[in-house]
Design a binder for this molecule. Structure first.
Ligand code: GLU
Length: 406
């Protein structure tokens, strides 16, 4: 299988086959502006120093400061971070926010660290990168396994080193410490707004049966939001496996069950399923909300969803995209579907710089308007070029980026 960056570049190539862009512009988009690898020494609790590998990729800042999360995962490596940074550049342009694309990470399984070790590691990442970060330079945020608390440590470390008191260098901070109302559920909520905007045009009506892969911040919030709008979650999974109940889950009880037992399996009234089975479950909406490369040419043919809403970054390979396109299964692509997170991050940055604090209602109203706009603009482009929504979103983004870069 190709790595995520190769997939991202293939998506770009596919788009340039149906619309031509300035050649130099596309050539420049095939490489990040900078890709930085750092080593972070951390004194562990047992007094032994361990060195971790960290990254920041600054992909493109034609539309504004580099923007994008920091991922902590044992499999995180430079090609993944490069892909995620490229997608951020596209995503910010689709959402039409004045930010560029960046991404960071550390190769680590955070569950193996104590809280003190995690804090020292997070502060270490900032110490190594503080000179390239800043409200007008590069603005990181949470991603997989990074929390508001981690953003608070990082923001504090940045302030200690540079004296900058705006707290606008990191977004996704806790509320009360410079964080925005609504940033927690923003990715799931934005995804729901995009879905709601497009569902009629994609042939869905009434209440939907939804399957979600992922039980982290994004998957869980999405589950709660879909349910609160009358839809039902008939299957959901975490990294260990999933559960299926055709009647729909009481998600709060399922959260409680996982808290008590450490797993989703064995939940009363449901059937245990594997992650593979989950993806192949018959449903109205399939929501991959975990990792890259989940739907590939090996299983795309077995997908029985009417629509796919990509809340994870890069869950579908370019080969699988073609198979789904031929099967008439529309994919609402990541760069549109999960752009609610970075949009509220942009709101947070804006509030920090202006010294304001907006109400949750104000944040959600603004988010709804922007997601609806991005969804409809994407749909229009896809129609105009008789193509899928991913290519539609890329065309929209590339037009906006090209205008700034030329
Ligand atoms: N990590 C999120 C993403 O992939 C959010 C990035 C941000 O808020 O800057 O879109």
């Amino acid at each position: 299988m190709k790595n995520p960056f190769e997939n991202g570049m293939e998506q770009l190539s596919k788009v340039t086959k149906i619309k031509s862009f300035n050649e130099e512009f596309i050539t420049r988009l095939r490489q990040p502006d900078r890709d930085i690898r750092i080593s972070i020494p951390v004194k562990m609790d047992n007094d032994v120093t361990k060195v971790f590998e960290g990254y920041r990729v600054e992909y493109n800042n034609a539309r504004g400061p580099y923007k994008g999360g920091i991922r902590y995962h044992k499999d995180t490596e430079i090609n993944e971070v490069k892909a995620l940074a490229f997608w951020m550049a596209i995503k910010c342009a689709v959402a039409n926010i004045p930010m560029g694309g960046g991404k960071g990470g550390i190769t680590v399984d955070p569950k193996t660290l104590s809280k003190g070790e995690l804090e020292r590691l997070s502060r270490g990442w900032v110490q190594k990168l503080s000179d390239i970060l800043g409200p007008q330079k590069d603005v990181p945020a949470p991603d997989v396994n990074t929390t508001p608390e981690i953003m608070d440590w990082m923001s504090d470390e940045y302030e200690k080193i540079t004296g900058d008191k705006t707290r606008a260098t990191f977004t996704g901070k806790p509320i009360g410490k410079g964080g925005s109302e609504g940033r927690g559920p923003a990715t799931g909520l934005g995804g729901f707004y995009v879905f709601d905007s497009l569902k009629g045009q994609l042939g869905l009506q009434g209440k939907c049966k939804v399957v979600i892969q992922g039980f982290g911040n994004v998957g869980l919030n999405a589950a709660q939001i879909f349910i609160s709008h009358g839809h039902s979650i008939i299957a959901i999974s975490d990294s260990k496996g999933g559960v299926y109940n055709p009647l729909g889950f009481d998600i709060e009880k399922l959260i409680e069950h996982k808290k008590n037992t450490g797993a989703l399996a064995g939940f009363a009234g449901s059937t245990d399923i594997t992650n593979e089975e989950l993806l192949e479950t018959e449903c109205d909406v399939l929501v991959p909300a975990a990792f890259e490369n989940q739907i590939t040419d090996a299983n795309a043919d077995k997908i029985r969803a009417k629509v796919i809403l990509e809340l994870a970054n890069g869950p579908i390979t370019p080969e699988a995209d073609e198979i789904l396109f031929n099967k008439d299964i529309p994919v609402i692509p990541d760069v549109l579907a999960n752009s609610g997170g970075v949009t509220v991050s942009y709101f947070e940055w804006d509030q920090n710089l202006k010294g304001e604090h907006w109400s949750e209602k104000e944040v959600f109203d603004k988010l709804l308007a922007m997601m609806d706009d991005a969804a409809q603009e994407t749909f229009k482009k896809a129609k105009e070029y008789s193509t899928d929504l991913r290519r539609g979103a890329f065309i929209l983004a590339l037009e906006r980026l090209e205008e700034k870069m030329l």
